[in-house]
Design a protein around this ligand. Sequence first.
Ligand code: ADP
Ligand code: MG
Ligand code: MG
Length: 870
Amino acid sequence: KQYCFMFGEHPNPTKAILGGKGIGLADMTKFGLPVPYGFTITTECCHFGKDLPADVEKQIDECIKKLEEKSGKKFGDPTNPLLVSVRSGAAISMPGMMDTVLNLGLNAETREGLAKKTNNPRFAADSYRRFMQMFGNVVMEIEHDKFEKVLASVKSKHSRVLDTDLTTEELDEVIVGYQDLVRKEKGEFPTDPRVQLRMAIDAVFGSWSNPRAVTYRRLNGITGLIGTAVNVQMMVFGNTGDRSGTGVGFTRNPSTGEAGAYGEYLLNAQGEDVVAGIRTPHPITLMEQELPETYKELMAVFQLLEKNFKDMQDIEFTVEEGKLFMLQTRSGKRTAAAAVRIAVEMVEEGLIDKEEALMRIDADSIPQLLFPRLDDADKKNQKLLAKGLPASPGAAIGKLAFTAEEVVKRLAAGEKDLILAREETCPDDIEGMNAAKGIVTARGGMTSHAAVVARGMGKCCVSGVSALHIDADKQQMIVGGKTYGPNDFITLDGSTGEVFENKVQVVEATVSGHFQTILDWANEFRRLGVRANAENRKDAMKAREFGAEGIGLARTEHMFFTGNRIIAVREMILADQVEKREEALNKLLPYQRADFVDLFSVNEGLPVNIRLLDPPLHEFLPSTKADMKQMAEEMHISVEKVEHLCASMHEINPMIGFRGCRLGVVYPEISRMQIRAIVEAACECVEKNANYKFGGIEIMIPVVAHVKEVEILREVALDTINKVFAEKKQTKERIPYKVGVMIELPRACITAEEIAKVAEFFSFGTNDLTQTTLGYSRDDAGKFIPVYLEKNVYEKDPFQALDQTGVGELIHMAVERGHKGRSDIHCGICGEHGGEPSSIDFCHRAGLDYVSCSPFRVPVARIAAAQAAI
Ligand code: ADP
Ligand code: MG
Ligand code: MG
């Protein structure tokens, strides 16, 4: 079997076999570009480690022979030495994680030969000292710093600032220093080029499993690769003088996407000098003046490569005495903004079609386009305090506040820009969260309350920053031994999870025309509808602006926390008779009605799905002594009574306690009030505007387990609706509605056929369905999910990406059985998963009608839904 291939000679090259670098070099060779000769040892050899089979060794020897013939140079020949680089390169690029050795083949004799042959002793000395350093570090595993110290001491001895200032004699001093260092650390430096080569190949294959590379793959979810390939390539030299140089370039700007060459280069330099920051590199456009001919040639190559690969290329090149050599090309990494612009412009240029453009977008990166960002340059100037989870992207700068009430109070008193810092948040923090610039929590995961709510609000949030100690009573945040109070500023980066001291500068996000274009294209291809989870005018308008086709979930309880409503809610809870409860509910009715009028008016012509009260009632009760006292005062009852009430409402396991439709079955008056508010709101819309068009009102019963629950509440609903219709002289024709269920319990999936007979739609509440199917409390899962991910129990957090084999199977079952019960049952998803690309792909395949997600995920969902359909 053949394991070694000269560039361009593999009969059916793939990235998997040749690696990204290998295939780029092979392709460029085939295009006839000036690529230094070389060969690739395939990724299939990586697992052999140092024990390369004899036939691989033989093939390497044969390739070296071919290399010698092609180049006219000889390995180890003192008069005309062949030098090579030994380069790593896996199927997926892992920038800087694996190793490369340059200038291999040098020893005392070949160095002399090189000096004579080129008539450039300084260049030969420079190459030799670079080789010793790289080989010593990568292959002999001597710390990089130790070489740098030797180099620095010679430079300072001769008062040289730059490496390029060193003379041949001074470089010789460095070489002697390196030799001493190597001898002291590891013994003699190998002088036989063939021994050097073999050691370097082993080391480069070995670098596949160095801790850096392993970590990088884990963090980036890179799995299923068999290893790195090794590329052995004849050296070309950018370090021979000022007609030589090396550079990296992109065919378009990787951060903005703007067309036109972008990049940097250095004269009289080699390899990593450009990125290592030893000297400040020049912008690539300057090359037009410094090396005009070469620049012209390079630009032609850029164009050719982009045309061929039909994608923005990341290119490495070297110039030797004015002659251009290509050393690498690959599809370049880019920001979300650049990705969108490049994709759109490539369609306009006729390079790719719309489908391809859509597939090129990483849907997960889209939120980046919607939030202001921190200035990366300024981040480096500021002190990083701690790192948590990037719970909700964006940037937030403000003074610390330690309770939700504090935020509201201080803002009312005229302060601006507060960041809510909590151990964790709870539902009645909503107002404070909404008012804060950003949220940081010490506990809680990516689906913790703070994270979910913040994402819903499109608010920057960093969660689970375990290094923070937050003492709300003392108004203190302690981190790294330092204490921060209410007058201290911090900055959050919700896209990275970083928490900085003080203020970092931000750059505003703009929704560009390209972004709009790609979203429009998404609509041409997707089958899934996209709705939003929203319950107030502001969010609903945002959602509509982002292209949502209605509301998939309006959580009515969120409305209960605002303003004075909580008092009426508490009165209702306190009431021990139906009449009193109804009295309290009557106070809530106008508020709810007004909320629904708002929702309808923003969503004219679009469906609006409203969920009846869901959480256990104790969530509306105070939790601290001070709040209990306040409640007692407000309601003119004793503190003891409040305490007693709170104690009696306490539940051991509230998420599977007295909540959801259970509330409505036991206290139908609550449901009656809500349904009345919905229908009266609808009537009001018609009264205000005779032409108002409904897209369909959906009344949703939550946490259904049994068809009987649905029957009972459907009865309540129809009864109330008919009453209101009679009072207001309206009809179902004018105000179309449906009564349906939220499916979030396994029993509901199993009995979906029966349920569908009385429910007109299903909406999968996959947060709870995941919780109840897996038996993991999502508020506690943060303690073990990270370990589960590390041990590969799940590939992704099941609360973020739908567990397709488990929860997904239940959804399949429910969709199928549901259709048996009602052939045209409408099905959607309203859990957090509705905005996550892999879950959206699942929803498409499962035959759902729509996904619903937070307003800021709507563009993500549109793109992911199109990708699922393409
Ligand atoms: P990485 O994957 O870390 O970028 P490379 O294998 O691309 O490592 O090597 C780093 C740099 O070394 C290249 O960008 C190029 O400048 C230089 N280099 C590699 N091979 C050669 C060669 N044959 N001749 C000249 N320079 C080379
Ligand atoms: Mg490279
Ligand atoms: Mg639920």
